[in-house]
Design a protein around this ligand. Structure first.
Ligand code: IDP
Ligand code: MG
Length: 136
């Protein structure tokens, strides 16, 4: 049984600022992801707070939301079989220092906070995150 999934991906401000969005999109396409939707936007701090609400009790929450709203981001809907897990694998570990060779965060991540990409962590959250950015 095939399980075509969608995942939300965000190219974060550190990567957009370095004009890495096209290179990162090529990495997704090379791994067989279709980029179904795609837009470059900048969000307000309160929107970042809503998006990252799951982390609201974490000590890094405020900095994380300030950062995600600090400059343009590229939000995308990726589609592929098992897209959620496949995207997490391609992204690599949250801390670029721990990310494996061949991953986006290994290649482009600067630090645990400036780690270049976000990806949905479950099919359920992917739906919520896609709605957050692409519901008209
Ligand atoms: P993920 O992006 O790999 O799913 P999460 O644990 O969901 O990682 O954390 C969300 C984001 O919060 C991370 O991508 C990273 O930018 C930031 N973050 C996570 N842990 C820390 C930390 O210990 N210090 C600073 N920022 C962090
Ligand atoms: Mg996460």
């Amino acid at each position: 049984m095939s399980s075509i999934e969608q995942a939300l991906s965000i190219i974060k401000p550190d990567a957009v600022e370095r004009n890495l969005d096209n290179e990162i999109k090529e990495m997704f396409k090379h791994k067989g992801f279709k980029i179904i939707k795609d837009k470059k936007i900048q969000i307000a701090k309160n929107e970042a707070e809503q998006f990252y609400k799951v982390h609201e009790t974490k000590p890094f929450y405020n900095d994380l939301c300030t950062y995600l709203s600090s400059g343009p981001i590229v939000v995308m809907v990726l589609e592929k079989e098992n897209a959620v897990l496949g995207n997490r694998k391609l992204m690599g570990a949250t801390n670029p220092k721990d990310a494996e060779d061949g991953t986006i965060r290994k290649k482009y991540g600067i630090s645990i906070d400036k780690n270049s990409v976000h990806g949905s962590d479950s099919v359920e959250n992917a739906k919520i995150e896609i709605d957050f950015f692409f519901k008209d």
